[in-house]
Design a protein around this ligand. Structure first.
Ligand code: FE2
Ligand code: FE2
Length: 269
């Protein structure tokens, strides 16, 4: 069972002049081409938030236009740069929960997947409030097998202070739900624009890379905001539910999309 994760695509209004540093929309188009060309097609693409850059309707129209080229189903969640109502409207096929937050639960290839809205409209930080904690608990309880949880904001401190500073309200509530409602085998996030692994409540948690700029890695407490041009790409998550029905057996791989061809072609041993 193969899932792809696109994150932090930050799509821009094509009419804007914000394409000054990298071509955000071109980067997503490149990633979509690479996803369509995967020799083993992923069963779905998790789009883990900050799908557009600032939330106006023309950005969502550009996002939908770009995703119309993707030959795979997409499961989006909002990030702090998104407008949750416009995101819902842009992807009407998503099994959105009947709730104020833009969350959903579905099953792909025998794996239950929950998309959890962690945003606070107008703010960079995260929040899991009581309604979202209760919705998550019931969604975990309703699952039949292992659960993959996706949310935009990582529920752990990264050590990159200027990113951590925006905070995560209700992190204790999320931790309590995960401790009291068993079944979540992995957590996938975005927001940090870097590949990072950690854990919460003993559950592995991972940040997928962005298709645009990445966050500079600087652990000094007074480090300034730094964006760097690491190679863009996406993450491929492989689950072997036949070998391990608990979902605890998995591997994750980064597919860089701008690396060129290797000049060396080894023969298979
Ligand atoms: Fe982002
Ligand atoms: Fe974000």
């Amino acid at each position: 069972m193969l899932l792809a994760q696109l994150s932090d695509t930050h799509v821009l209004d094509p009419a804007s002049d914000e394409h000054r540093y990298v071509d955000n929309n071109g980067r997503l188009a490149q990633a979509i081409d690479a996803l369509n060309a995967e020799a083993v097609a992923p069963e779905a693409v998790l789009a883990t938030g900050d799908l557009v850059n600032s939330g106006p309707q023309p950005e969502y129209e550009a996002l939908v236009s770009l995703f119309s080229e993707l030959a795979l189903p997409v499961l989006p969640i909002p990030g702090n740069h998104d407008d949750r109502d416009r995101l819902r409207a842009a992807f009407p096929q998503t099994p959105w929960a009947d709730a104020d937050h833009a969350s959903w639960a579905t099953t792909v290839g025998g794996l239950d997947i929950i998309g959890l809205d962690s945003i606070i409209p107008g703010k960079a930080g995260a929040e899991i409030d009581q309604p979202r904690a209760e919705w998550l608990a019931s969604a975990i309880d309703a699952a039949n097998g292992p659960v993959l949880l996706t949310l935009h904001h990582p529920p752990f401190r990264s050590g990159i202070e200027w990113m951590d500073a925006s905070g995560f309200l209700g992190l204790d509530l999320l931790n309590d739900v995960l401790e009291q409602h068993s079944g979540v085998c992995r957590i996938l996030c975005g927001h940090l624009h870097r590949p990072i692994t950690s854990a919460i409540a003993g559950i592995p948690a991972q940040v997928g890379i962005s298709t645009v700029q990445h966050i500079g890695l600087d652990f000094r407490s007074d480090a300034s905001v730094t964006l760097i041009n690491d190679p863009p790409g996406f993450t491929l998550h492989q689950f072997d539910l036949q070998a391990d029905p608990s979902g605890a057996t998995w591997s994750s791989h980064i597919r860089f999309t701008d690396t060129g061809e290797s000049p060396y072609a080894p023969t298979r041993a």
